[in-house]
Design a protein around this ligand. Sequence first.
Ligand code: ADP
Length: 538
Amino acid sequence: MPHMMDDFPLRMSTLYDQAVRLHPSSEIVSVESDGGLYRSDYSTVDDRIRRLASAIESELDVPFGGAVGTFAWNNRRHHELYWATANSGRICHTLNIRLLPEQLTYIVNHGGDQVIFVDPDLVDMIGPVVETFETVRAFVVLGDSAEGIDLPNAIAYEDLIAGSEPMARWPAVGERDPLMYCYTSGTTGNPKGVAYTHRSTYLHTISNLANLPISASDNVLPVVPMFHAAAWGFTFMATARGAKLTLPGPDLSPEGLVRLFENEGVTISAGVPTVWIGVQEYLAKHPDADVSSIRSFVCGGSAVPRAMIDWYHEHQDITVIHAWGMTETNPLATLSVLKPDMHDWDWEDQLDVLETQGMPVPGLEVKIVGEDGEELPHDGEAFGELLIRGPWVAAEYYNDSRTPQSFRDGWLRTGDVCKITPEGYVRVTDRAKDVIKSGGEWISSLDLENTLMAHADVVEATVVGVHHEKWQERPVAFVVKREGADASESDLIEHLRPRVPKWWLPDRVVFIDEIPKTGTGKFDKKLVRERYADVLGE
Ligand code: ADP
């Protein structure tokens, strides 16, 4: 006899069914592609999700375990697709709308998508490459009508679900069955896929809820796209809790977001630092904007500037929760929350903790290793590659010969160079491929960026290593100044001088209008390095 019901499968529909049963009137608000606002509740949406699940099975002929692609913003129909596929044992393959056309072709064919659901305003983006898709039989346009849509076998979503009976019972999905395919954005080579399972996502959901302030009284707005790393799990977490879900659609401008925060009473939101830097700029210029309903911004994907955490704390009473993760970790893996005794610390000391990438979420193990693979101490000084393992960490890349490069001895090699403090907080100093090595010594580009962004005149800063005759590489800073600010190159060097080792001081500070970003909103350091390779005049 088993001791406990250990065979009870960790399938996502368990979380879903309970949420609909207990919180039928919890709201779902969604901005449509035409700018309109749609308002509904869990119970009404449940009927649509069940119809959609039947339609995917019977109308679209996608079998159990088959893949369904989505090419969509964060909106209610995308949310319905997440759950209809999960509950019915189909795989949701979220296609990143910002990939290059050839990357899109690669992942659609690699995932074997049978049908693709497309937002109407994204049809023109996917249209030119559909001929290269080898397994796709039909396209469903996420709206009322497919008239005039130039995609093969296009049908309208609303027509599709209107003609289907709600699926009364979910099939018996196994906990190890794949739930989603998520691909990295692939800055070098083809994107690599990770197959999230029911079990991994279930555990990711409940374990992260232990540390994140989300309850049934909350209103969750994920800015992080549902087409990248499952919106960091926020739509699953919100649903599992029965929280209100506010989906912003295509308008991710600071103004559009602030309007939604105000009108809908959002309490927690999540996105990359550039989103919150933009919102900060907007709020500073619009003191009448009222975002007092917000308690927390979860922020990750790239390092969060300390000055930003400080600003939101001081001016808006908003806690910025720094998070670290990768597509390969489902994705949330560390969260920077204070331990109980730290709440009495001075604010600057608390900031020292809050600016780290945080503690591993309960259930995950981390360590740092040196170049020979030896484990390094957690003393806040030693740095090496971060390794991670646990029940929602990928064990491989889906169907990909590159697996051995990243997975070894039961650990995922993250490619991030980190320290771990004695209190157990992870601090990322660089991505291994962005590390600056000058005269054999390491310079942390993230520390330099963070310190530059603490200057009142700086909105964004990125620091990259540029080839140097004598020192192999020297740091060069690229800075976007606040509107009307007049800081000079030497002002910023003087700002850095007392705060970093002398030999870290950038050889140049170059002012630019905008820092190029990757498809997931991170500073595109590769492009910056290429574009400014000769900036030191060699
Ligand atoms: P992609 O590679 O597709 O942009 P991922 O989300 O998989 O997307 O990227 C993961 C990487 O992003 C991590 O390995 C790390 O380098 C970086 N990253 C994520 N969160 C943080 C953070 N809070 N601070 C610094 N770097 C981060």
